[in-house]
Design a binder for this molecule. Structure first.
Ligand SMILES: Nc1nc2c(ncn2[C@@H]2O[C@H](COP(=O)(O)OP(=O)(O)OP(=O)(O)O)[C@@H](O)[C@H]2O)c(=O)[nH]1
Length: 451
């Protein structure tokens, strides 16, 4: 709960409580304080003084030591022990001017000690000085309170880090993001939060900054992975600013970018997906093929490609409508996806009613088995195609090409060979598959066999 800080006296009339059991003193002091423009309260006993102090919260108390009943020392002790009144400066007024008396007065918390008989001008000056101190202290307290509120309620994580990498302070948002309890991060090192190379990089920067002026200044946000208390890494923007204090200390601001990251990842994923069928799109397939092609060259492993085209799809659309056509393509896509489950397989919609599938480390025979399974799967979906002259159901024609690629081979040729095989199936009546093997190595072997 925020502490209530009274407004500095400068913004309102300062109030002075005068405590003395001698009516003449009380009267003289009161007149003088009023002349100075202060609001006044008076009390002639200790008990009454405590009561007024708690209720009126004066800015200063002029307190006689010798009082009937509770003496001024006890009043001061009680004022200082009460959090409500502990900050009110107390000036003792006493005829006891021995060093022990004065020291005892300061020891229990008095701000000043004035010898009696009083010289009113001196009292006036001392009151003025104490009120000035209080004004400064209150405005500082207010500023601290404001700062504390900002730091505690801000949504960004804030840490103060020493040049050694020791965390001096972490605000509630920082603890919340990283899963620490309040005060648990203080005393730890940034090595606990950052991966070793990154932590080292920051520590080197800190030690350069410690070397003095002229050292590089590192400002601006940088995306880093911060280790949470449970060990999970969290992507955050980190901004470091030197505090300009004598002991080099840095303010680290941590900005949560989880949502930003999630939408960035979602966008990246969306850029690789076909919007209708939600399987890979052509762009994704092309880059996947390129990578698998290079990998197959390095490992001398076979690569198989299936080009698949839905038969008589124009007729399907014309008879049942475009929406039904879309639903049909979605069903076909799902069926294809279920045959491309390994990390080295990919099923994609290449455009319109044409699909492609790539199978890494898959030779001719295995590709033929998969191709036939796919063809049969599509037919077994039993999607009626009234305009098909091939079958009552939606069917597909598949061209398969298998290659063990080398640097002499051309990826485009590989694709064309599968495409040509698919068209051959169309010409042969559709709902079937044709598989070919291609590649420079194969041609060399065939040539050698012929000669
Ligand atoms: N519903 C729907 N239809 C599409 C989509 N993309 C392409 N088509 C249709 O697919 C049909 C393809 O027709 P064609 O290329 O003539 O081939 P086909 O009728 O399947 O004949 P064959 O391939 O020779 O068996 C066209 O009518 C296109 O409009 C799509 O996203 N949704």
């Amino acid at each position: 709960m925020p502490t209530l800080v009274p407004a500095p006296a400068a913004t309102r009339q300062a109030a002075v409580l005068i405590v003395d059991d001698a009516p003449a003193h009380l009267g003289a002091l009161r007149s003088m304080m009023l002349e100075q423009g202060y609001q006044t309260f008076v009390a002639n006993t200790g008990e009454r003084a405590l009561e007024i102090a708690r209720r009126a919260l004066p800015d200063l108390i002029l307190l006689d030591i010798v009082l009937p009943g509770m003496d001024g020392m006890e009043v001061c002790r009680r004022l200082k022990a009460d959090p409500v009144t502990s900050n009110i400066p107390v000036i003792f007024m006493s005829a006891r001017t021995g060093t022990d008396d004065i020291v005892a007065g300061f020891d229990i918390g008095a701000a000043d000690y004035i010898a009696k008989p009083l010289r009113l001008a001196e009292v006036c000056a001392r009151v003025r000085v104490q009120l000035q101190f209080r004004r400064t202290a209150l405005s500082q307290q207010q500023q601290n309170e404001r700062l504390r509120l900002i730091v505690n309620s801000m949504d960004e994580g804030l840490m103060m880090i020493e040049a050694s990498g020791r965390i001096q302070y972490a605000n509630p948002a920082c603890n919340r993001y990283l899963g620490y309890a309040q005060g648990e991060l203080a005393g730890r090192s940034i090595r606990d939060l950052l991966a070793p190379p990154l932590a080292q990089e920051y520590l080197e920067f800190f030690s350069q900054a410690e070397a003095g002026p002229g050292a590089p200044v590192w400002r601006g946000a940088r995306e880093v992975l911060i280790r949470q208390r449970d060990g999970i890494l969290r992507a955050m923007d980190l901004t470091l600013t030197p505090m300009g204090t004598e002991q080099p200390t840095f303010i680290a601001l941590l900005h949560d970018i989880t949502h930003h990251k999630q939408s960035e990842n979602a966008l990246q994923r969306a850029a690789l997906l076909d919007p209708l069928t939600k399987i890979a799109n052509r762009r994704h397939f092309d880059s996947f093929l390129e990578k698998e092609w290079q990998r197959a060259i390095r490992s001398s492993q076979p690569l198989s490609l299936i080009v698949l085209d839905v038969d008589h799809f124009k007729g399907y659309n014309d008879s049942l409508g475009h929406a039904a056509g879309d639903a049909c393509l979605q069903q076909v896509a799902m069926a294809l996806q279920s045959h491309a489950l390994r990390a080295t397989d990919l099923a994609a919609r290449y455009g319109g009613e044409e699909f492609v599938l790539l199978f890494g480390e898959t030779g001719h025979d295995a590709a033929c088995t998969i191709g036939e399974a796919i063809r049969a799967h599509i037919e077994s979906l039993n999607i009626l195609n009234p305009r098909s002259t091939t079958s009552p159901w939606v069917t597909a024609s598949l061209g398969i090409s298998t290659i063990v690629p080398t640097q002499l081979d051309d990826i485009k040729e590989f694709f064309v060979s599968a495409d040509r095989a698919m068209y051959a199936v169309k010409e042969a009546g559709r709902n079937g598959m044709r598989a070919v093997q291609t590649g420079a190595t194969l041609e060399l072997i065939q040539a050698a066999l012929q000669s």
